[in-house]
Design a protein around this ligand. Structure first.
Ligand code: MN
Length: 335
């Protein structure tokens, strides 16, 4: 078993001036990084992370240990670069990595980029989004419908660059010949429903290059509000070595686009205005801001709980009140 066809592409989208995404598609290593930060620092962060991944992937240990190690190393480099240059302070990046080895795929993940697996026509999201909306969804405080239009859906609760150490999610999934894995930045997953991604991938299963291009076109048609990056690879039963090797670590184009539209969504919200990076994109970029975002999640959960409790208490109080009145009236009448 080995990696079969591989495809990857990135697009600036229709609203952003620059492409701050980066990706790696070098079997057996695949990665997507979505950077943020003013004055081109987002590009620096995602590229640093991608370069670190490429260099570190041959280190020792199990696939999962290597994935965790390379994301830690990427984090150290981004953090160091941010600390050394004031123009880059506050820069950060998401990172989702897949490393194929011995019939398994080790996944490492920080942020809101995603990994999916298409198996027997069904698309499954493998990673959990480290985002405010993702946490609210998982704790049951938000419905998927509410999540889709949530004004803070861009806020990431974990990213590389903000601290010398980062909490990395790692896990291993099995891989079978015929599986297709897809890594993407939120510029794809926020523009398309999972069902749309599944349908396109399934229809163009035999032409992954075409599938990636179609997905990007669909995300652009849906608004293209962010940089869009898609990396796909197929697990085949061919022996290793027969695969098409491709190395890509670049942005495909720098379009002459109008400046980023001002993203005012966060201004309306009280208490969380600090969770905002320069250049309109939003990401938690420091430990303090991270704590603020987490506090926000807890506060929302607590508020929801209070409301629920109130929802039970109010009718109960009413019943007691009515009963009291009845008793008083009856007492009054019988006197
Ligand atoms: Mn993005």
């Amino acid at each position: 078993m080995s990696v079969g066809h591989v495809a990857g592409a990135t697009d600036t989208g229709r609203r952003r001036r620059r492409n701050e995404d980066a990706y790696v598609a070098q079997p057996p290593l695949f990665a997507v990084a979505d950077g943020v930060g003013g004055a081109q620092a987002g590009e620096v962060a995602s590229r640093l992370a991608a370069a670190a991944a490429l260099e570190e992937s041959s280190a020792g240990g199990s696939a999962e240990e290597r994935v965790a190690g390379l994301i830690q190393e990427a984090n150290r480099r981004v953090h160091r670069a941010a600390a050394q240059d004031s123009a880059r302070s506050g820069m950060g990046t998401t990172m989702t990595v897949a490393l194929v080895e011995d019939g398994t795929v080790a996944i490492g993940h920080v942020g809101d980029s995603r990994a999916y697996r298409l198996r027997d026509g069904a698309l499954e999201q493998l990673t959990e989004d480290h985002s405010l909306v993702g946490e609210l969804l998982r704790s049951g405080n938000l419905s998927p419908e509410e999540a889709r239009v949530h004004p803070q859906r861009n806020v990431v609760t974990r990213a590389l660059g903000s601290d010398p150490d980062v909490d990395v999610d790692t896990f291993t999934v099995d891989a079978r010949p015929g599986d297709v894995f897809l890594l993407c930045s939120d510029g794809l997953s926020s523009m398309l429903e999972d069902e749309e991604i599944q349908e396109t991938l399934e229809q163009q299963r035999s032409d992954l290059d075409g599938a990636v291009k179609t997905l990007i076109r669909q995300a652009l048609r849906a608004g293209g509000e962010d940089n869009i990056t898609v990396v796909c690879f197929e697990i085949s039963d061919a022996a290793p070595g027969e695969t098409t090797e491709r190395i890509e670590l670049e942005r495909t184009r720098e379009q002459a686009l109008p400046p980023d539209e001002d993203d005012d969504t966060l201004d309306e919200l009280d208490g969380i205005s600090t969770v905002r990076a320069p250049e309109g994109d939003t990401m938690v970029v420091s430990a303090e801001e991270l704590r603020a975002a987490q506090a926000q999640v807890q506060e929302t959960s607590r508020r929801r709980e209070r409301e629920e409790r109130r929802g039970v208490l109010a009718p109960a109080l009413l019943i007691v009140l009515v009963a009291l009145i009845v008793v008083l009236v009856v007492w009054g009448l019988t006197r």
